[in-house]
Design a protein around this ligand. Sequence first.
Ligand SMILES: Nc1ncnc2c1ncn2[C@@H]1O[C@H](COP(=O)(O)OP(=O)(O)OP(=O)(O)O)[C@@H](O)[C@H]1O
Length: 388
Amino acid sequence: MKSRDSFRSLSKKLVTITVASAISGLLIVGMALSIIWKRRMKSRGLPSGMDDIDLPLYDFATVAVATNHFSQTNKLGAGGFGSVYKGTLSTGQEVAVKRLSKNSGQGPDEFMNEVLLIARLQHRNLVGLVGCCVEGEERMLIYEYMPNKSLDYFIFDHDRSSSLAWKRRFDIVLGITRGLLYLHQDSKLQVVHRDLKTSNILLDADMNPKISDFGLARIFQGDGTEAETRRIVGTYGYMSPEYAFDGKFSVKSDVFSFGVLLLEIVSGKRNRGFQHPDHHHTLLGHAWMLWSEGRATELIDESVCASFVESQAERCIQVGLLCAQKFPKDRPMMSSVVFMLANEGASLPPPKEPGFFVERSSGSSDAYLVKEESNTKNVVTITLPKGR
Ligand SMILES: Nc1ncnc2c1ncn2[C@@H]1O[C@H](COP(=O)(O)OP(=O)(O)OP(=O)(O)O)[C@@H](O)[C@H]1O
C-alpha cells in the first residue's frame, strides 16, 4: 500500500515538473521572440511603444512572395492611396495588401505612428489590420481579405443588387452605423474617417459590412504641415459642404457621408451623377423633394420591392436626410443615428434642406478649388487657397 502511494506521489511530482518545464520553455521562447522583435524594430529606427502592440511587421520579400510579386493577376484594384493585391501568407491566411504610392511624404516613424493608431482600433465592423511592411520607401498595410468585394459592387449593379434583399441591406446599414459609432465615440481615439463611401464598405464571407480605409486619410497627409490643414482628400458626391469648401472636418462631416451612403443603399442609385428627366437635383435633392411631398417610398430600389419593410425603409430615408443636412450643427451624432434606426417608436424630426441639393455641372469651375488632382476613382485632393 505504502509503495503504491509513494509511486502515485512520485508520478504526480513528475507530471508537475513536466508541465512546469513546458510552461517555462514556452515563456523562454516567447521572451526570446519578443527580444528579437524589439531588436528588429530598433534596427529599423521605429518608434518606441510599438512593442506594446501585437502587430506583425513583415519584410518586403515575404509580402512579395505572398502576392506573387505584386502580379497583375493578384491585383484587386487601385484607389487613391495605391494598389491593392490579394496575397496568401505562409500560414495560408488570405490577405489584401495595400501598397501605398511612393509619394506619401511620410518617414517610417510617422507612418508607423499612424499604423499603430489604426492597429488599436478593433471592431467587428472595421476591416482588421493583419500587419504592415516598412522597408526603404515601401509602405504597405496588410488587411484581412474580404471575399465579397465592396458594397458598390452589389448595390449599383442591376443583376447583383437583387441578391441584396431588404433584410440584408438593413443589417448592412446597422453594421456600418455600429462601426462608425465606434470610430467616432466608442474607441479610445476619436477617428474621423473622411472618405466614407460604398466602395469603402467591404463585405466578408457572410456579407457582414466592414469599414475600410479608416485612418488612411490621416496617414496620407501630403508633404508639409501647412498643407495638411488645407489639403482635402475625399470623394465627390460624399464630401460635406463645409469640408469641400472650407477644409473643415469633424465627426459631422462623416455623418454627412453616411447620410449619402444610406440613401444610396436604399435607392440603389449613386448620388454623384444621379439623373432625373424632370429636374437637375442630386440624389439628395431628389430624396428630399420626394420626402417633402410624402412620396419617400418612391425612392426605394425596385430590386427590393418584394422584400422591403416600409416603416424601416422610410425611417432609413428620413435618417439619411437628417444626416445629409446642409449645416453640421443640424446633423445627428452617430449615437442618435443608431438609436433612431434601431427604435421603431422613436420620433424623428423633419429634415432641413440637404447640402449639395443640385448637381454641380461637370465643367463648372468653383472659386474655392484652386488645384484639383483627380485620379481614376473620383478621389480628389484639393488644395485650398491660403488664408481660407
Ligand atoms: N481587405 C480587402 N479585401 C478584399 N478586397 C479589398 C480589400 N481592400 C481593398 N480591396 C479592393 O481593392 C480595390 C481598391 O481598394 P482601395 O480601398 O484602395 O480603393 P477604393 O476604395 O476603390 O478607392 P479609394 O482610394 O477612393 O478609397 C477595391 O476594389 C477594393 O474592393
